[in-house]
Write a protein that binds this ligand. Structure first.
Ligand code: SAJ
Length: 451
């Protein structure tokens, strides 16, 4: 089977590599030769893994399929003409008005339509607003190919559940939902993914699968917002939210009466919600409702949760100013350090990181601001270093935004010698507040007593 995967990113690369490792399969990866991504084409064609950060098994897999010669990357779209299946994994962000930006998706659908061979199966993996497969993808493919979806080619929406740091694990070990525009498309989609997914495959229709995907992430975003709201309440009451969370989550699930008292899973409050998924999927769900819903209303819980989670970087700024003031330091005279640029611990992924709005709040209002991250080498316009000592030396305040493993072992004595003023603002429950306070640190944090 010849599978073509479009978009060599955190989803496209592991999906393509898994299929290229299936006996009898060959995979072509399509990647635009853009200034930002062209290097990935050469790296992958040399059998090298372009994803930094810790990704268990991925580098070995890419090396193995390179040696097998079953994986080739190109920007030549004529590869579509020879495909049995095409998997679309391009970015689908939302703009500042929370409207989906489908430029890349439209371009790819148009290219595929113009080069489509009868009988091809097309799988949309990019997260889209509910209704997009039937109301955008299908019409473009039919118009450009002159063929009928269902009759002449198959089309499914089947979403990924990847997370940086465990891309291959989530793709092979987690259940997968496959939603076709018709039952035959669904059957073929299930048959295809069976080759890489060890877990259960759930057949459904495209719209239900689209709603399930964005709901899955909206569920997490709403739960994080609840945790962040409780954190603000705890700060006001002077209690430690992480203790509260530990007690709340200690409520057992009674196996004999599982529905009588379901367990609690209070999420973790923190410095904000980043990544390519949670900050936008609630807006995609709302967009689907606004665009294709039979009756309209504002999904208040989704919207308020997004707003609260987006406000956490400015809350981190408030905590920083409060701590400086207690030490008699004006913000404009302060030397500040942000620890962590990635949106998720132990990853190199800065997409929609909460560190960026915090950086933008502070950069023009303090004496000097530097960001430390062990995994990210450079990031547009941000004063970034990989050297922790240089980042901490002479600083008045360390502001922790990402819970990278490296920060867990930071010691108060060691930091006190390097810093100008001993202040910590912990946005990820990373350090031991009592130990730092004993050593004379001012210690603030999301969900911690303010004094
Ligand atoms: N976060 C919190 N508190 C929490 C959990 C996360 O503040 O309790 C923050 C993280 O620090 C991060 C952001 O939220 O900034 C997102 O973290 P994440 O762990 O959700 O990471 P993602 O966005 O890479 O992964 C999510 C996952 N979705 C769900 O678990 C429902 C993953 O399964 C999806 O595959 C992924 O989105 C996606 O690609 O959609």
């Amino acid at each position: 089977m010849h599978v073509v995967v479009v978009g060599m990113g955190y989803v496209g690369i592991p999906v393509a590599a898994l299929f290229a490792d299936v006996p009898g399969f060959k995979v072509t990866g399509i990647q635009r030769r853009s200034t930002r991504s062209a290097w990935k084409i050469d790296a992958l064609n040399q059998g090298r893994n372009p994803i930094e950060g810790e990704e268990p098994g991925l580098a070995d897999l890419i090396g193995r399929i390179h040696d097998k010669g079953t994986f080739h990357i190109t920007d030549d779209i004529s590869a579509y003409r020879d495909a049995d299946a095409i998997i679309i994994a391009v970015q689908t962000p939302v703009d500042e008005n929370q409207q989906p930006q489908y430029e890349s998706l439209r371009d790819v659908l148009t290219d595929i339509g113009r080069n489509l061979r009868r009988g091809t199966l097309i799988c949309l993996e990019s997260t889209v607003a509910p209704g997009t497969t039937n109301h955008l993808a299908k019409p473009i493919l039919e118009e450009q190919s002159g063929m009928k979806a269902g009759a002449d080619f198959s089309l499914v929406f089947s979403y990924e559940r990847v997370m940086v740091g465990r891309l291959l694990h989530n793709l092979t070990e987690y259940d997968r939902i496959v939603g076709g525009i018709d039952p035959e498309s669904t059957r073929r989609g299930i048959e295809l993914y069976r080759h890489i997914v060890k877990a259960d495959l759930h057949p459904t229709d495209a719209l239900t699968a689209e709603v399930a995907k964005v709901t899955e992430n909206a569920y997490r975003d709403v739960n994080i917002a609840f945790a962040n709201e409780v954190a603000l309440i705890c700060e006001s009451l002077g209690v430690n939210v992480h203790e509260v969370r530990r007690f709340v989550n200690s409520l057992p699930n009674d196996p004999k009466h599982p529905h009588a008292n379901p367990y609690r899973d209070m999420h973790i409050p923190g410095a904000g919600v980043g990544g390519h998924c949670l900050p936008k999927d609630s807006w995609l769900l709302k967009y689907g409702l606004d665009a294709y819903g039979q009756f309209k209303f504002t999904p208040e819980i989704l919207v308020k949760s997004r707003q609260l989670n987006d406000s956490m970087p400015s809350h981190m700024k408030e905590l920083t100013i409060e701590a400086l003031t207690e030490k008699g330091i004006k913000l404009r005279d302060a030397y500040l350090t942000i620890l962590g640029l990635a949106f998720l611990e132990n990853s190199d992924d800065p997409r929609n990181t909460p560190a960026e709005p915090l950086y933008n709040y502070l950069k023009n209002n303090c004496r000097e601001l530097i960001v430390h991250d062990p995994y990210i080498k450079e990031y547009g316009g941000i004063n970034l270093t990989n050297r922790i000592k240089g980042a901490v030396k002479g600083s008045d305040c360390l502001i922790i935004v990402t819970r990278h493993r490296e920060y867990l072992s930071l010691k108060p004595e060691q930091l006190k010698q390097l810093m100008r003023t001993p202040i910590i603002v912990d946005g990820r429950n990373t350090l031991d507040r009592e130990a730092f306070k004993k050593t004379g640190f001012t210690f603030k944090g999301v969900g911690l007593p303010r004094n």
